[in-house]
Design a protein around this ligand. Structure first.
Ligand code: CR6
Length: 839
């Protein structure tokens, strides 16, 4: 073999095209080379991990020409660029997805087979890049995929956490968190950019001075500085040649303060400071919704925002003499309030570093940012104590005060007799502890604000941001979330992919509306058979996975009733459990009227400090233990908990579902995105009128959706009238019996206290109205059970679900962002056009 080094410079030549060729033959050759020259291994000693690394580098090589050509095209065209600022990207495994987007799955499989390797085994080796908690992080990953696929110039900016979301182990039915080690064996997809570093400062104080034009200015004298170094990951489009950039920042100690400490002779002090700096990107905060005011978390947010904005400024100044026009080059999306400190940071850059006056800086800032709200839960709305904020970011606090002073003056002019409104809208919450309201900062500092599902966007306007909506109605939008059909159909459900491609042709994966071609076949017996075989195979795969992970045996013939998502009281996994216990109770009593055999599958992580969520996980295991070992019951019911729900496991779970549980209290789930993935894969939904469920039900047809529960208005009314869950318990016999069983010790080896915190919460407060919704839920479950006993009727509904959910493709969502918010146009990249221009 010739060294790769020797051959690499011949980029663009015909040799090169052979080398970067996509045929099984050239893939194979490159793979073998990569094993030798990158892994430094030979066949006999190569581990499965070596095989994976060699495959990953082989594929990455094939991405680079597109990537470089894309950068070149965007740069030459001076293209308007979307910058997605997100503290989380839940990418999931890259290899399979990149094979799909390069269009070389078959070649790769063939090449591997020739070498006597099973491609699937290689794919299984990849650790999960779990740099996110749940929906919000996965949404960011889907949006990167769609941005590239739609040829939109875009950069994803975020944090390269050394440890992503924890690994969930189950010990005696309890969740135990284990450190995620996704980087320990190396990450072949990222390209470190040691020279692309920016200083980030913290602490210290500010001081006024007069500049050379005699103007009043402020200087920040920080106490601590460190550096953010870029790690770049290419993001392939599907069915085009565009390859965008995901740039994640890693914190390292700044050389300057290293030296200071060294010069003082404080060797250990210097090393300690370095360790402290690197802590910033050590670990992802594992809380899904509620956020505690942790200093390190604010540091993370400012750290990645500052690096990203400095990077954007650098790019802008390659084309322009100053920051004028910055907002024309970039549209920056704030993915929730996590990056909203960007509003103050861009002001600081304009004012302090680029000498701009306030009015101009504010104009540019407001026209750069747009803000997506992802939650209405009051405990999840980010605020930071002014004291903490001022200690870490004194200059930013000053700027926020100034933004606020000017904003409040405007408000007083507009609402001279309404000081309460002015106080409500302030960026600062007054009280014993004064706090900065990040959602207000994001709203005031942005040109657009959007919610993530139709109902959620309406609630944003009528609740958390009501005053702002009254002030600026035109600023508010809805963009219903979407998910990528590449990962969540093509990659995870190859049989479904085959069915669709046979009917609709290969174009459907770029135009999910083409899924409608399935619709006329919904009643066709032969087609139904193929559909059932597809479902059956997916259920068998999941059954095998469950057996491997938990030892439990489940029957693929049974109704797979699945709830996978973060564990949260508002998502109501325990409502699902109440129903399961009711079924158990009926079987034991001999009063059962629903003979449909069911397998209940749960999965999801609980925030490590969220006691009730962890108790719910324990309860799932406890109920499972009692049901699964009871021969009188376990022919009809099985309950399993799939540990460590993540993207990798999810890909195996969604295709196998018959019934998708989307049962949050109305008004609490902003959108949900798992609901879309299930439905696209032919699961029927049992759900409330919450989040995107509302639109899914409208899309698939009301008759193909099991609706139950209070509406948002009914929830509000019930609570306003003084909700007394105890009365539901008293008046509903089965509900009472079920809750009494939980309190009896039956599920806790005789300990009646174990689940007390849960049952007490339900009986005393029940803030998420499980008891109020219980009768309707159980009734809807009975309808679902009945429907499942009619295979033709069920299959028809399943097909119609998949056929009618094209709207929920993230491509549609990104098109809406482009048109309605970002005002950005596609910029297709052609590999042929730039050929040979790389020296
Ligand atoms: N937890 C919402 O709760 C939504 C996603 C993405 C969430 C969920 O309903 O689908 O965002 N919110 O928009 C936050 O993370 C704050 C989530 O994932």
């Amino acid at each position: 073999g010739t060294a790769r080094k020797e051959r690499a410079p011949m980029h663009g030549s015909s040799d090169e095209r052979t080398r970067t060729g996509m045929s099984p033959e050239s893939l194979k050759r490159a793979f073998v080379d990569s094993m030798f020259y990158v892994q430094a291994r030979y066949w006999e000693v190569a581990t499965p991990h070596d095989l994976y690394m060699a495959a990953a580098y082989t594929v990455r090589d094939r991405m680079l020409e597109r990537w470089i050509r894309t950068a070149e095209t965007y740069r030459k065209a001076d293209a308007r660029t979307v910058c997605y600022l997100s503290a989380e990207y839940l990418l999931g495994p890259q290899l399979g997805n990149n094979l799909i987007n390069l269009g070389i799955v078959d070649s790769a499989r063939q090449g591997a087979r020739d070498l006597g390797i099973d491609l699937q085994e290689i794919l299984d080796q990849e650790p999960e890049p779990g740099l996110g908690n749940g929906g919000l992080g996965r949404l960011a990953a889907c949006y990167l995929d769609s941005l590239a696929t739609l040829s939109i110039p875009a950069i994803g900016y975020g944090i390269r956490y050394e440890h992503g979301i924890f690994d969930q182990k189950i010990v005696d039915g309890w969740q135990v968190e284990d450190c995620d080690l996704w980087l320990t064996n190396g990450n072949p997809w990222e390209i470190p950019r040691p020279l692309l570093r920016y200083p980030v400062r913290f602490g210290g104080h500010t001081e006024p001075y007069t500049d050379e034009h005699g103007r009043f200015r402020v200087r920040w004298v920080p106490e601590l500085d460190l550096y953010g170094m870029a790690y770049d990951t290419p993001v392939l489009g599907f069915g085009n040649d565009n390859t965008n950039l995901l740039r994640l920042w890693h914190a390292t100690a700044g050389r300057s303060f290293d030296l200071q400490a060294f010069h003082k002779g404080d060797y250990y002090g210097a090393v300690n400071a370095k360790v402290g700096a690197e802590n910033i990107t050590k670990v992802l905060y594992p809380n899904d919704e509620p956020e505690v005011g942790k200093e390190l978390r604010l540091k993370q947010q400012y750290f990645f925002v500052s690096c990203s904005l400095q990077d954007m400024v650098r790019v802008h100044l390659q084309h322009a003499p100053n920051l004028e026009g910055f907002h024309e080059r970039f549209a920056a999306q704030l993915n929730d309030t996590h990056p909203s400190i960007a509003v103050a940071e861009l002001m600081r850059l304009c004012l302090d570093e680029h000498g701009m006056d306030w009015e101009r800086a504010w104009e540019i800032t407001r026209r750069t940012f747009a803000y997506t709200n992802h939650t209405l839960l009051p405990e999840a709305l980010e605020t930071w104590p002014v004291e903490l904020f001022g200690r870490l970011l004194p200059r930013h606090l000053e700027i926020i005060y100034e933004i606020n002073a000017r904003f409040l003056d405007e408000l007083r002019m507009r609402y001279p007799f309404d000081p309460e409104r002015v106080a409500r809208m302030s960026l600062i919450e007054e009280g014993p502890v004064r706090r900065v309201r990040m959602a207000h900062l994001a709203t005031v500092g942005s040109f657009a604000v959007n919610g993530v599902a139709a109902i959620h966007s309406e609630l944003v306007k009528s609740t958390v941001l009501r005053d702002f909506h009254e002030l600026w109605p035109e600023k508010f939008h809805n963009i219903t979330n979407g998910v990528t059909p590449r990962r969540f159909i093509q990659l995870s459900n190859p049989d479904l992919c085959g069915i669709i491609t046979d009917l609709a042709g290969p174009g459907w994966a770029r135009d999910a509306e083409n899924l409608r071609t399935l619709e006329p076949h919904a009643d066709d017996a032969a087609f139904q058979q193929r559909w059932q075989a597809m479902k059956r195979a997916a259920k068998e795969r999941l059954a095998a996975r469950i057996r491997e992970a938990t030892g439990a045996v489940v029957d693929p013939q049974s109704l797979f009733d699945i709830q996978v998502k973060r564990i949260h009281e508002y998502k109501r996994q325990h409502l699902n459990l109440l129903h399961i216990v009711a079924l158990y109770h009926r079987i034991k009593q001999g009063t059962d009227s629903d003979p449909t055999p069911r397998t209940f599958v749960f999965g999801g992580k609980a925030a490590p400090g969220y006691f009730m969520a962890k108790l719910i996980i324990k309860l799932i295991h406890s109920v499972a233990e009692v049901i699964n070992r009871d021969p009188e019951v376990n022919q009809r019911l099985r309950v399993v908990f799939v540990p460590n729900f993540n993207v990798k496991n999810a890909e195996c779970i969604y295709p196998a579902a018959d019934l998708s549980e989307q049962i949050s209290t109305a008004g609490k789930e902003a959108s949900g995105t798992g609901n879309m993935k299930f439905s696209m894969n032919g699961a029927l939904t049992i759900g409330t009128l919450d989040g995107a469920n509302v639109e899914i039900r409208d899309a698939v047809g009301h008759e193909n959706f099991f609706l139950f529960g209070l509406t948002v208005a009914e929830v509000e009314r019930t609570l306003a009238e003084g909700y007394r869950p105890w009365e539901y318990y008293r008046s509903h016999d089965e509900l009472r019996e079920v809750i009494d069983l939980l309190r009896s010790g039956l599920f806790s080896h005789g300990d009646p206290d174990l689940f007390r915190p849960l049952t007490d919460s339900l009986l005393q407060h029940d803030p998420y109205l499980l008891l109020a919704d219980y009768p309707a839920y159980v009734e809807a479950q009975a309808r679902a059970g009945d429907a499942f006993r009619d295979p033709a009727g069920w299959t028809r509904m399943s097909i119609l679900n998949a056929a009618r959910t094209g709207f929920f493709s993230s491509d549609r969502a990104i098109r809406e962002y482009c048109r309605n918010i970002w005002q950005v146009e596609p910029m297709p990249v052609s590999l042929a056009a730039g050929n040979g221009s790389v020296p």
